[in-house]
Design a protein around this ligand. Structure first.
Ligand SMILES: NC(=O)c1ccc[n+]([C@@H]2O[C@H](COP(=O)([O-])OP(=O)(O)OC[C@H]3O[C@@H](n4cnc5c(N)ncnc54)[C@H](O)[C@@H]3O)[C@@H](O)[C@H]2O)c1
Length: 253
């Protein structure tokens, strides 16, 4: 129950879905959580849930993708909990369309949240860790099977998620000298994001995981969280620059 005792963790997009799952799992392990979301009610609801189980959490409302939000995340962590050890760049959206129909707006929205957001948040947290000589910093990025294999209708999302892999590998090399480990996971789980896929392709996706993945299951957020707890902990000090699929084996895409 104490694997993250005294650790301060910022999780973006933690008001729902996978991010909420990470927040609850990490709070149960003793971490203090900065719960970010651009939907205030969602973030505040997760904070209430964590406090109801005697955990530590504070909300930080704001859209990921701006320097203002990145700076606010760090300022909130420092003000409430004194420091920050871990950043989970989880906030994400989809703007699916076939390549020939994709609008510039759909392209730019995805790049802003996933790539610009991951870059800016990481920069802000890492500066704080270096300036204050914080030990055992961790950056955990969220890529996707789409970033590893590509996906029809997701040229924008697949490109951004592949870019996050490049950022993860590059930052892992640059930041090892400060004791910061940088890893990414490629999850698969039923959330609002997958439920928003139109019914026929959604069912095809779920069936594919149920029948063809090695573990034969489309996951739930609770299936993914344990790996994040490990990566956020001090135990993960000899692993960096890795992309870990937490998707029941995704060699099926
Ligand atoms: N669900 C899956 O199977 C799956 C697979 C691969 C990757 N992912 C990735 O996992 C992450 C979480 O996905 P999810 O399925 O939980 O999605 P979700 O839609 O269920 O939850 C995302 C949360 O992020 C918030 N959010 C979105 N954009 C934001 C922004 N700019 N700033 C702050 N908050 C924002 C939303 O309000 C929501 O609460 C995303 O990066 C997604 O791309 C999910």
């Amino acid at each position: 129950m104490d694997r993250l005792k005294d650790r301060v963790v910022i999780i973006t997009g933690a008001g729902a879905g996978l991010g909420k799952g990470y927040a609850i799992a990490m709070a149960k392990e003793g971490a203090a959580i900065v719960v970010n979301d651009f939907v205030a009610d969602l973030a505040n609801g997760v904070v209430d849930e964590i406090k109801a189980m005697n955990g530590k959490a504070v909300a930080c409302i704001g859209g990921v993708g701006t320097k203002e939000t990145a700076d606010n995340l760090v300022a909130t962590a420092v003000k409430e909990f004194g420091t920050v050890h871990v950043l989970i760049n989880n906030a994400g959206i989809t703007r699916d369309n076939l390549l020939v129909r994709m609008t510039e707006q759909q392209w730019d929205d995805i790049m802003t949240v996933h790539l610009r957001g991951t870059f800016l948040n990481t920069q802000a947290v890492v500066k704080n860790i270096i300036d204050n000589k914080v030990a055992k910093g961790r950056i955990i990025n969220i890529t996707s099977p789409a970033g590893l294999y590509g996906n029809i209708g997701q040229a924008n999302y697949s490109t951004a998620k592949a870019g996050i892999i490049g950022l993860t590998k590059s930052n892992s090399r640059e930041l090892a000298r400060y004791g910061i480990c940088v890893n990414a996971i490629a999850p698969a789980a039923k959330t609002a994001m997958t439920e928003a896929i139109p019914e026929k392709p959604r069912q095809m996706l779920y069936d594919k995981f149920a029948r063809e993945s090695t573990i034969q299951k489309m996951g739930e957020p609770e299936d993914v969280s344990p790996v994040l707890v490990f990566l956020a902990s001090e135990e993960s000090q000899y692993i960096t620059g890795q992309i870990i699929a937490v998707a029941g084996s995704i060699g099926i895409m």
